[in-house]
Design a protein around this ligand. Sequence first.
Ligand SMILES: Cc1cc2nc3c(=O)[nH]c(=O)nc-3n(C[C@H](O)[C@H](O)[C@H](O)COP(=O)(O)OP(=O)(O)OC[C@H]3O[C@@H](n4cnc5c(N)ncnc54)[C@H](O)[C@@H]3O)c2cc1C
Ligand code: FES
Length: 279
Amino acid sequence: MKDNPYLPVRARIEKIIQETCSPELDVKTYCLKLADGGEMNFLPGQFLELSLPGVGECPFGFSSSPLGRERFQLTVKRTGKVTGMMHSLREGDHVWVRGPFGNSFPLEKMEGSNLLFIAGGLGLAPLRPFILYALDASNRSKYGAVDMLLAARTGGDHCFTYEYDEWRNKGNVTIRLTIDKQEPGWKGLVGFPHDLVRDLALDLDALYAILCGPPIMIKAAQRSLMEMGLPADRIYTTLEMRMTCGVGKCGKCNIGRRYVCVDGPVFRMSDLSEMPAEY
Ligand SMILES: Cc1cc2nc3c(=O)[nH]c(=O)nc-3n(C[C@H](O)[C@H](O)[C@H](O)COP(=O)(O)OP(=O)(O)OC[C@H]3O[C@@H](n4cnc5c(N)ncnc54)[C@H](O)[C@@H]3O)c2cc1C
Ligand code: FES
């Protein structure tokens, strides 16, 4: 990518994957390649700014493995102007991107520990780079058990379902899927992560928990984990605030004195608890 963080470069959409099949939640994953042949060197947790000329620019977390640098993926929920236009694009079309920006999950610090990923809906997208990194053959021995508690409103709202069997086959990996209310044919769990996490047999002395989802889910799951005895400095999350520049200049994304675009988007819960409750 270019040295000037404001200058976007062109990326080609090589493939589009429809993730969800529910009328209320339309999510697609875009497989992208930089048009100039360059690499996108990002770390799990980082994001980029994507623009469509004449429409606007938005931040999106990377959702693919950081180990495959020639191509990268973004997983986009249709919500408004830019994401709506993005959803009308086709394979072969181009978008403009600048980044990567922000900090990342502390991959080395968590080595030797078990990992618990708790995701709500599209919250799995920014966690997926870390999951794929930890499950890669070159890293699998660095981490212990990998547990995932993945929540969605309905069965059709779960993302990346086509990969779960491959993840389970990496050894010592457990994936639990839950939905909010029972529906015909659903064979997974029913209920919210903050309740279900209490039923898991977790070795809290050797655990890091990584949470992403709607703020209400993150706060409730954090409370449960802390009541179970997991200290706040072993719980991490990634935040989505309104952003413009992405590089700490415009002041749009601040929480107190911190800018989510440069001090985050990954935060340790013990640090977040010392910041104003604005997220
Ligand atoms: C660090 C970061 C990573 C993100 N990663 C992803 C991702 O991986 N996938 C994804 O689909 N979205 C992600 N988002 C949210 C995404 O940027 C917004 O959905 C997008 O900006 C909406 O733009 P729009 O023009 O389509 O919507 P608009 O027309 O601007 O607004 C439509 C609706 O979206 C809401 N909205 C707008 N911006 C945000 C925002 N930043 N956060 C939450 N709600 C917003 C508005 O309140 C409104 O209800 C991320 C945001 C941040 C800050
Ligand atoms: S988005 Fe401009 S300071 Fe964070």
